[in-house]
Design a binder for this molecule. Structure first.
Ligand code: 13P
Length: 399
């Protein structure tokens, strides 16, 4: 009976609308179909599985491979400028190019790094000796990725919160990024605990991430889903846990509603920690306990990889916390997608001087290797420098 009515339903489906996405290398159609008027009135969406499905799964698995994680080097030009200013350099294209060249050409980086997130400028940029950055990464066995969001703006009607822009034109931009060699994408939105978070801000963040994820998959890019719960605030770890549960419930609700294929996404969560201004600090053991409890409650095992952001933790702290989470097997690859916690000592060591490039690349490799060991649960903080233990929290940090 059940199957008879199911086939009846199928045969009475009427195609109502089709969407043609320009600029895609493969012409595909997404059909929205409705039940016959005589049947139940609720719309039934049938989404052709992405013609990139197999490739998406493969890309996600490659990035989530044992002992490897992501180098986030997708600072917008404005944020890159702040980094350069901290070592006394001007924010010129030549200086950004020199720094990014240093990062992507670090010898042997691909042993520890499986993916690199680039800012749009870098996706189309060449190294100082004229090779395409993307080609250099691929040669290092590193998958190039691209930041596709257009940044945060105030969310009208909220408690002084923000929302993330970038959906307009995203399909054609994503298709162009794929052509340029990108195979995964990143969209970072934020949730603030001191400002609520309001139900509106959480819903908006989750919906935006889900739309972005569906569009990315349609265009062959594995979406990294990143609702960053900011470290700002003096709240304790239990409050972070409570907010994170709410945020991830909503994110997965909308990912499912948008027919996103979970096997072809990666997540980039914040670790569950106390607020940066909280008096009580949490040990790596406690951060791991809370964070893994959250993940087990909210993240389906179909998701291949959880790639944490560092969010202002010190380099050593971020590595110790990751290591604590990998002391027993997890259903997903639990790894890193750090920017500050991979780059900080490297940037300082470089200081903008050509004669320091080699030493700076070595410090990048030290951090990459430390996090690789942490991914395998085998890291020890013995011998770490004082610089690597310095926190990098900045209130209202943007990317
Ligand atoms: P941090 O590791 O510096 O928090 O960067 C996170 C991020 O979103 C970069 O892509």
């Amino acid at each position: 009976m059940a199957s008879a009515s199911a086939s009846l339903l199928k045969s009475s489906l009427v195609i109502e609308k089709s969407e043609f996405v320009k600029g895609q290398s493969l012409l595909r159609q997404t059909s929205i179909v409705r039940c016959h008027p005589n049947a139940a009135a609720s719309p039934l969406t049938v989404r052709a599985s992405s013609s990139y499905a197999d490739e998406l799964v493969k890309t996600a698995k490659t990035i989530a491979s044992p002992g490897r994680g992501i180098l986030a080097m997708d600072e917008s030009n404005a944020t890159c400028g702040k980094r350069l200013a901290s070592i006394g350099l001007e924010n010129t294209e030549a200086n950004r190019q020199a720094y990014r060249t240093l990062l992507v050409t670090a010898p042997g980086l691909g042993q520890y790094i499986s993916g690199a997130i680039l800012f749009e400028e870098t996706l189309y940029q060449s190294t100082t000796d004229g090779k395409k950055m993307v080609d250099v990464l691929v040669k290092q066995n590193i998958v190039p990725g691209i930041k596709v969001d257009k940044g945060l703006v105030p969310l009208a009607g909220s408690n002084d919160e923000s929302w993330c822009q970038g959906l307009d034109g995203l399909a054609s931009r994503s298709a162009a990024y794929y052509q340029q060699g990108a195979r995964f994408a990143k969209w970072r939105t934020v949730v603030s605990i001191p400002n609520g978070p309001s139900a509106l801000a959480v819903k908006e963040a989750a919906w935006g991430l889900a739309r972005y994820a569906a569009i990315s998959q349609d265009n062959g890019l594995v979406p990294i889903v990143e609702p960053e719960i900011l470290l700002d605030g003096d709240h304790g770890i239990d409050r972070t846990f409570e907010v994170a549960q709410k945020v991830w419930a909503e994110v997965f609700f909308y990912l499912a509603e948008n027919n996103v294929m979970f096997e072809g996404i990666l997540l980039k969560p914040s670790m569950v920690t106390p607020g940066a201004e909280c008096k009580d600090k949490a040990t790596p053991g406690k951060v791991a306990e809370y964070t893994l409890k959250l993940l087990r409650r909210r993240i389906p095992p179909a998701v291949p990889g959880i790639m944490f952001l560092s969010g202002g933790q010190s380099e050593v702290e971020a590595t110790l916390n990751l290591n604590a989470m990998n002391q027993a097997p997890n259903p997903w690859h639990v790894s890193f997608s750090y920017a500050r916690a991979l780059q900080n000592t490297c940037l300082k060591t470089w200081g903008g001087r050509p004669e320091n490039v080699k030493a700076a690349q070595e410090t990048l490799l030290v951090r990459a290797k430390a996090n690789s060991l942490a991914q395998l649960g085998k890291y020890s903080a013995e011998g770490e420098s004082e610089e690597a233990k310095k926190g990098m929290f900045v209130k209202g940090y943007s990317y």
